[in-house]
Design a protein around this ligand. Structure first.
Ligand code: BG6
Length: 519
């Protein structure tokens, strides 16, 4: 008999075209709406520079900012340069910058200004003539969702939404990128989708969930499906429950305009945390192709619901004054721009069930909050105790459950917790952990999520972008909670800033005889 080969029987990560080759975008231009917003300044523009500096953008790549400022192209370039110098991941070099700056243009106008969109169309034609963008255009909507309809209508009216059928580039592409929040409940998400899909075909719409662009999130698939070690025990026979945590130590800063009325559940659980749940719980996809991956995620989301009535399966809170990093900080109610009658939660926790054979009876607890004790995002798969303890109760008294913890950020890696014998003559077993750290193993920093996602848009590669059906299913899971909270009219329970959230969140787990991990 030949020696056993211990490999995963099938590796879905090995897609037909080799995923290991560096991929460089073809000729194109990006139009950025919402260019003066925080996201553009801190993340999108720096990510574009980082792509340029990694040599992943095509020669002649062009970027058009659209906004109300009365800026010249030079003033726009100065704004982009400041953002890049302040926030890019890769070093600033004149060579990269000059190349990028040559393709920067600014079009001034408001979203209801027909002339401005005609001017935009003209600017894109000129860029094609001057820099050879091939008529390929991506429209990035980093704007509030109530502005999507008018921008989509304008793109259609000015002929920008459709390909260049009778022009010089009959095979050119048009794509639209949409930032969250995609609606505020199931009904509004459907309405919004109808508007966007009336203008762009479904495969030209890229809905951003930046968590999917994170290396550590993609590693969930590698961990589960490229190995033999984890998958056999990844089910209700062995797993007791799963905890998904996204804790932030920051408050809402200057974002009350966006955040107040939205809250933690809509801001983070509906998208990031339910996507993490889907990747953790889904079956192995046939391949890493968008259609295969999305269908498996969708099946999980369809099978997921609150684990009981809202009063028992959810908890919410709002931060009060407290301490963070040794400094006193104000409560949410005192933040600038927060309405005095606000009932917005800055912390939300849900107990969910995934009603499939694999996960029957295994609760998935999700929690997120601002101004918590520390910044950490992790998925902790907590295992059942061993069915029998030959060492006796005393020897294993201090043994917690075995756990696989996928550390999404900031200390990216994976921890496995298990029991080991304490050195000595007695037989005592205690928890120890084994750690994998990205930084230590790969000696290079991971690209920012937005680098990966923007590049994928330009390549037309959709696996990391949720489909509309996933967005709808996520709202369907969340709607009962947010509706009941709104109906009660009650203010969320206050938790002091710098702690681990409201008491009701601890009670949520205590009811099931469990407790939250301290990450
Ligand atoms: C965004 C939320 O989607 O994610 C923010 O709107 C949150 O409220 C942010 O702060 C966190 O992102 P990250 O990548 O820092 O975990």
């Amino acid at each position: 008999m030949s020696p056993a080969r211990v490999t995963a029987e099938h590796n879905p990560l090995r897609a037909p075209d080799d995923l290991r080759l560096p991929r460089i975008a073809g000729p194109c231009a990006v139009v950025l709406f919402g260019v003066t917003g925080d996201l553009a300044r801190k993340k999108l523009l720096p990510a574009i520079y980082d792509l340029a500096s990694r040599g992943l953008l095509p020669p002649g790549f062009s970027l058009v900012g659209f906004g109300r400022r009365d800026w010249s192209n030079e003033q726009f370039a100065q704004y982009v340069e400041e953002s890049v110098r302040g926030h890019a991941r890769t070093p600033f070099t004149q060579e990269v910058w000059r190349e990028l700056a040559d393709g920067l243009r600014f079009v001034s106008g408001s979203f209801d200004d027909d002339a401005a969109f005609d001017h935009l169309a003209q600017a894109l034609t000129e860029l094609d003539e001057q820099r050879g963008t091939g008529g390929n255009n991506a429209f990035y909507l980093s704007i509030p969702p109530d502005a999507f309809p008018v921008v989509c209508t304008q793109l259609q009216r000015s002929g920008l939404a459709t390909g260049d059928t009778d022009g010089p580039h009959p095979n050119s592409w048009r794509r639209v990128v949409i930032e969250k929040p995609f609606g505020h409940d199931l009904a509004s998400a459907r309405e919004l989708n109808a508007i966007v899909e009336a203008v762009f075909p479904p495969d030209a719409i890229f809905r951003i969930d930046h968590y999917l662009g994170k290396e550590t999130v993609q590693n969930i698939l590698a961990l589960r499906f490229a190995n033999q070690l984890f998958e056999p025990i990844w089910n209700s026979n062995y797993v007791d429950h799963v905890q998904i945590t996204m804790a932030e130590d920051i408050g809402i800063g200057g974002r009350a305009g966006y955040y107040d009325g939205i809250g933690a559940a809509r801001d983070v659980i509906q998208n990031h945390l339910l996507q993490l749940l889907a990747l953790t719980a889904m079956e192995e996809p046939l391949s890493f192709d968008a259609s295969h991956l999305r269908v498996e995620k969708q099946k999980v989301l369809e099978a997921t619901r609150l684990a009981g009535p809202v009063s028992r399966a959810t908890a919410r809170g709002v931060y009060g004054p407290g301490w963070q990093g040794g400094e006193p900080v104000i409560g949410y109610a005192e933040e600038e721009g927060v309405s005095p009658s606000s009932t917005t939660e800055t912390y939300a926790a849900l107990a969910l069930t995934v009603e499939t054979r694999r996960w029957a009876g295994v609760p998935f607890y999700l929690r997120t909050g601002k101004r918590l004790a520390k910044r950490v995002t992790e998925i902790a798969v907590m295992f059942k105790p061993a069915p029998h303890h030959p060492f006796g109760h005393d020897a294993t008294e201090e043994l917690g459950g075995n756990a696989v913890v996928i550390r999404i950020q900031p200390d990216e890696g994976v921890t496995i917790r298990f029991g080991a014998k304490v050195p000595g003559t007695a037989l005592e077993v205690r928890d120890v952990s084994m750690d994998f750290g990205y930084g230590r193993s790969f000696m290079q920093s991971s690209p920012e999520a937005y680098e990966r996602l923007i590049l994928d848009v330009l390549l037309g590669d959709p696996p990391l972008f949720p489909r509309h059906e996933e967005v709808e299913s996520s709202w369907r899971i969340l709607d009962p909670a947010t509706t009941a909270w709104a109906r009660s009219g009650a203010k969320p329970e206050v938790y002091p800033a710098g702690t681990w959230g409201p008491r009701s969140a601890d009670e949520l787990l205590a009811r099931d005889g469990r407790f939250w991990r301290l990450p």
